[in-house]
Design a protein around this ligand. Structure first.
Ligand code: SF4
Ligand code: SF4
Length: 179
């Protein structure tokens, strides 16, 4: 997620708590992705750039773990953490996908900036990278990033050999994330 200025509205204690949570998040994520690589999974390549639209700060969303979803106490703790530590106020819940959507109290829609950029949570730092680990990467509307297949060049050459009609080729390039 992007910034305009380096801002540090969070107070010292909160910043320390968030720093510890960030270390935990980062280690977990690194271990999880290393495990996926060991299993032979390869992420897409991240291409493009941040257009500073602020969309990723407008509706931060988190998919709840099974623990937080099925156990009321765990869910209450999870939501309290989001509210008290990350400044995320719950807006809606998607029961089908277990996704909680929030409003971030650190986000200023007028300036499209974060008032606590230095202490933003790990998930804010990881967007849009998490999408390249998805089987079907989907970026927010207007996001300047895109996912490109690791073997895009070889596939583009392969398509060229087959001399498909231009519409079909363009569709395949989109579907296979070649551009
Ligand atoms: S904490 Fe900052 S970076 Fe994260 S969603 Fe809120 S405004 Fe965006
Ligand atoms: S949605 Fe994408 S382009 Fe917009 S601010 Fe976030 S990372 Fe940048």
């Amino acid at each position: 997620m992007w910034r305009i200025l380096t801002l540090v509205k969070d107070r010292v204690v909160l910043r320390i708590v968030k720093r510890v949570a960030l270390a935990h998040f980062t280690l977990n994520l690194a271990a999880h992705r290393a495990w996926r690589r060991l299993r032979g999974e390869r992420p897409f390549r991240l291409a493009g750039d941040c257009g500073r639209c602020g969309a990723c700060c407008e509706v931060p969303s988190i998919r709840a773990s099974r623990l937080a979803w099925y156990f009321p106490t765990a869910r209450a703790l999870f939501l309290a953490w989001q509210r008290r530590v990350n400044g995320f106020e719950l807006v809606s819940v998607d029961r089908r996908t277990r996704v909680f959507t929030f409003r971030c109290t650190h986000y200023d829609p007028a300036t499209r900036s974060c008032d606590s950029y230095d202490s933003r949570p790990g998930m804010c730092r990881d967007y849009p990278r998490l999408q390249v680990w998805s089987a079907a990467p989907a970026f927010l509307p207007g996001c300047g990033y895109r996912a490109v297949a690791g073997n895009a060049d070889a596939l583009i050459r392969e398509l060229a050999v087959r001399k498909l009609d231009p519409e079909r080729e363009a569709q395949l390039r989109r579907d296979l994330h070649l551009d």
